[in-house]
Design a binder for this molecule. Sequence first.
Ligand code: DLL
Length: 436
Amino acid sequence: MGNERCWNPEIERADRAALEAVQLEGLRATVRRALRTPFYRERLTGAGLTSADDLRTLADARHIPETTKADLRVAYPEGLLAVPPEQVVRVHTSSGTTGTPTVIHHTRRDLDAWTELVARCIVATGAGPADVFQNMMTYGLFTGGLGLHYGAERVGLMVIPSAAGNTTRQLRLMRDFHTTVVHATPSYMLHVAHKMPSEGVAPGDLFLRKAYLGGEPYSETTRRKIEAFYGIDVYNSYGLSEMNGPGVAFECVCKDGMHIWEDAFLIEMRRPDGSPAPAGEEAELVMTTLQREATPILRYRTGDITRLLPGPCPCGRTHRRIARMTGRCDDMLILNGVNVYPSQIEQVLMRLPEAGTNWQILIEKAGALDRATIKIEVLPGVFTGEVKALEALKARISEQVRSETLVRAAVELHEPGVLPAFELKAKRVTDLRPKE
Ligand code: DLL
C-alpha cells in the first residue's frame, strides 16, 4: 500500500524533520499573527511571550497559554481577528446558538488552505474525479457542508450539494445520479438505512462505494454495521469548527486511525493535570493552527479524548494518526450532530416565567436518531390551566430550546418536587443511548 496516491505527496510523505521545520515556521507565524489580536496580545504578553522569536523549538509551545472554548466566547465577535476586516471572506460559528457562539473568520487563503486539506482527505480514501459525491451534511454556519464541498470540487468529483434531511429525495438523487461517495453523520447514514425498505430501495439499487462519516462519535461496531448494510467502505472523519471543521483528521484506505494534517495543526496530548501524555496514552487532544491567517488559535483544548497510534501507516503518509475518539472531558452532548452543553439548555429553561427549579434531559435512541426529552418542573399555578394551555406551553418551551440551541426536544411538565432533587451536583442528563 506504500504507493497510494496522494493529493500532495511532497508534504503528505515528508519526513519528520521536514515536517517539524514547517511546523516551527507555522507556529512562529501563528504567534506573530496572534499578537495582533486584542485577546492574545494580552494573554501572551501576560505569559511573558512578546515576540514569536522567543520560540526556538516546537517544545517551546509549552510556554504558550492554552485556549478554551470559554476564551473564544469572551473574544466574541472579533477579539481573535488577526487581519484587517476587508481581508475576511467568510465566517463560521460553532453549532448551538445560546449565549455566545465561537466565531472563526477566514481569509481567501484560509479557505484555500482548508480546501487543500479536504482534497488530501478525499484522495486518501481512493476517491477521484470519476466519483459522484453527495454531501448530506447541513450547509450553512455548520462547517460540515461547505467544508467538504469545496475540497471535493477541487479534486474533481461531481458534487451534489443535497444537504441534510429529506431522505426520499436523497435516495432518489443517489439512484438517478449514480452517487458513489456520501458524506453524512453516522446517525443520518443509519437513518437512511432504516428508511430504505419503506422507500422501496435496496442497497443493491444504489452505486455507493464509500461514506465519509463524522461530526459526532460512533463506534467501530457502528462502522461495520453501516459497511455491511450498504456494502461500502466507511471512513472516519474528525474535525471541529475552531480548527476549520472537517478536514482535520481523516482515515486513509488502511482505515486504521485518522491522519491528522500536521503541517496545518500542531497537536499535543494533554493529561487532566495539564502534563503531556506519552504516545499511546488516552488524553485530551490540544491543537494549534499553523496556517490560519484570520483566526489564529493557540493550544486549543478540544475536549476530545483520543490517543496517538504508534508506528508508520502502510499508506506511506507520515502525518501521525489518532484513534477513534473515546469520549469528551467535559459535559458537552452531541445530539444528532448538534453540540450542546446542559448549561445552554438550562439558560433557556430558567428564563421561562413558568419554570420551577428542577429539570432534566433524557436522551434515547429512536431508530437511528437521538431523541431528547426535557422534563421540567413548573410553578404550581401552571397546572390549574387548561390542557390546551399546557400543550401550548410545552410547544413554546420546545421551540425556544430549538431556536436557541438547535436541539429538538419533547417537553414534559412536572409539578414541583416530582423530579429528583440533588444536594450536590445536579445530574441533569440521563443518556440511555447504547454505548456498544
Ligand atoms: O462537527 C465538524 C465536522 C463536520 C467534522 C463534519 C466531521 C464531519 P463542530 O460542530 O464544531 O464541528 O463539532 C466538533 O464534534 O470536538 C467532537 O467532539 C465531535 N466530532 C466531530 N467529528 C467526530 C468524529 C464538526 N469523527 C466536535 N468522532 C468535536 C467523534 C467527533 N467525535
